[in-house]
Design a protein around this ligand. Structure first.
Ligand code: ZN
Length: 479
């Protein structure tokens, strides 16, 4: 008889039974039997996979039917994965090799023993997963309570200690606000970085850090809309929005998790969401080259819908319809660049006087909040009714049950309505925001700005800008 002994010890501390003890226990099992041993030992390897040198050699020899029996101290020495174990059992069976687990007393020569062994491995894996879950749960609980669980504080925040726990605390509100507002204004990480460097002594060293700040949910006041956005972008989101910031986990591992926490956040959801939108757009247009000097290029369009292109001729620059050469457009005028840029400048400046501010700062009561309250009231009523039913006879409780059913039905309808209302309110808030945004850009515009700055500002004001040279008219649409 030939017996293979497999022993394994991982580097983990809790995995504490020594290789020698394992071998000893396996050999003791065969004290009364005449057998020849071959020992396969993986010292310092984890059971998380089967990528272990001695184990691989063992599998090969089992395949070649070199043994009658395989013995190990405990099932988890072979593998910690149910699927691996199932595969290995298949191989053992095919090669007619008996399997013995000294500690657990499994004997695979009977169907019952095989089933027991399989279930044991399933439960072992389940237990490990639950342990992992418990660890994650306790991390989440800490985060929900606002605890900082390690690492340097996010830019603009500091770490404070209280009763043995760490928390993050807002230190530089203006810096964070500037970061988001400047990006909204300039749409350029480079410009934001430059301005911040001039204004603040301590700034992130690299531009990519600005992007990290802008992308981080740490700075935004939690809301339903932000939760929705994060979920849509593959974040795991935990907690009910409470206008405080989120703490994030697993960002470096690509397993993003945002937890509604307790630290003060200063970026309003609408601004944060608009910055995300802009970052997404900029990423798409990153490689597109654009003319630097003629600030209407790209945004100024011909009545045919095509953008004007810049043509240089005799030291003058002209905007000409880019469809003109394809003969799809009969507008063949050369529009003097200086002339039309001045026209647009005048248009913006004359408009700044009577630009209509629709934006209202005061908060109107939200219809969504009303519906939410109604749903909560109904739930409370249902709970009261349930308590009453417990005290009543079957006959007497019938009416209450009907009432409960009605309320539950009503809440279903209200929940749907709530989703629709939230969406509608977001649209309204968003348009309020963009009106204020356009207005602030109109006010900021002046003739002495650099063309680069003008170029950015016109894009923050107009959705489209159409010039008809035959009529000499400007048709505009605001953002
Ligand atoms: Zn045209």
């Amino acid at each position: 008889m030939k017996t293979a002994i497999y022993v394994r010890k991982s580097v983990e501390v809790k995995d504490s039974i020594s290789i020698e003890t394992q071998i000893q226990m396996c050999q003791n099992y065969f004290a009364d039997t005449q057998t020849e041993f071959e020992i396969f030992s993986d010292d310092g390897y984890s059971g998380a996979n089967i990528d272990r040198p001695a184990f691989k050699r063992l599998l090969k020899k089992i395949e070649l039917k070199c043994f009658d029996t395989l013995v190990c101290y405990k099932l988890d020495r072979i593998s910690r994965k149910v699927l691996d174990i199932a595969d290995i059992f298949d191989l053992l069976e095919k090669s007619n090799v008996k399997f013995i687990c000294v500690k657990d007393n499994y004997d695979t020569s009977t169907p019952m023993g095989r089933a027991m062994l399989y279930f044991a491995s399933v439960f072992a894996q389940l237990e490990r997963e639950q342990t992992a879950e418990r660890v994650t749960d306790s991390m989440l609980n800490l985060a929900k309570r606002g605890c900082w669980t390690g690492g340097p504080a996010p830019t603009g925040y500091g770490i404070v200690k209280s009763e043995g726990k760490s928390y993050i605390e807002l230190e530089n509100e203006n810096f964070i606000k500037d970061c988001f507002n400047l990006y909204m204004q300039y749409s350029s990480l480079y410009s934001v970085h430059k301005i911040l460097q001039e204004k603040y002594k301590i700034t992130p060293k690299e531009r990519s850090n600005i992007r990290r700040i802008l992308r981080s949910p740490v700075y935004v006041q939690s809301s339903d809309m932000v939760n929705g956005f994060l979920k849509k972008h593959n974040w795991g989101v935990v907690g009910e929005p409470n206008s405080k910031g989120y703490l994030t986990y697993g960002v470096t591992k690509g397993d993003n998790m945002a937890i509604v926490s307790r630290h003060k956040a200063v970026i309003e959801p609408i601004l944060w969401l608009n910055v995300q939108k802009k970052l997404d757009e900029r990423r798409e247009s990153y490689f597109k080259k654009s003319s630097k000097v003629y600030w209407l290029s790209g945004i100024l369009k011909c009545p045919c819908g095509a953008p004007y292109a810049i043509v240089n001729s005799c030291r003058n620059a002209y905007y000409v319809c880019s469809n003109r050469l394809k003969k799809k457009c009969d507008n063949n005028r050369y529009v003097n660049a200086e002339y039309i840029e001045k026209e647009v400048e005048n248009y913006i400046i004359s408009n700044s006087q009577n630009f209509d501010i629709v934006y209202q700062k005061e908060d109107t009561p939200s219809a969504a909040d009303e519906i939410k309250k109604q749903i909560e009231d109904n739930n409370r009523m249902v709970n009261n009714l349930v308590e009453k039913i417990a005290l009543l006879s079957n006959e007497a409780s019938k009416a209450l049950i009907t009432k409960i059913e009605d309320l539950t039905q009503e809440n279903k309808g209200l929940t749907n309505k709530l989703e629709d209302t939230k969406l509608a309110e977001f649209e309204i808030n968003n348009s309020k925001f963009s009106k204020e945004f356009v207005h602030s850009n109109v006010m900021k515009f002046n003739k002495d700005m650099l063309p680069e700055e003008k170029k950015i500002i016109v894009r923050n004001i107009f959705k489209s800008l159409e010039y008809d040279p035959k009529e000499d008219t400007l048709k505009v649409e605001f953002l």
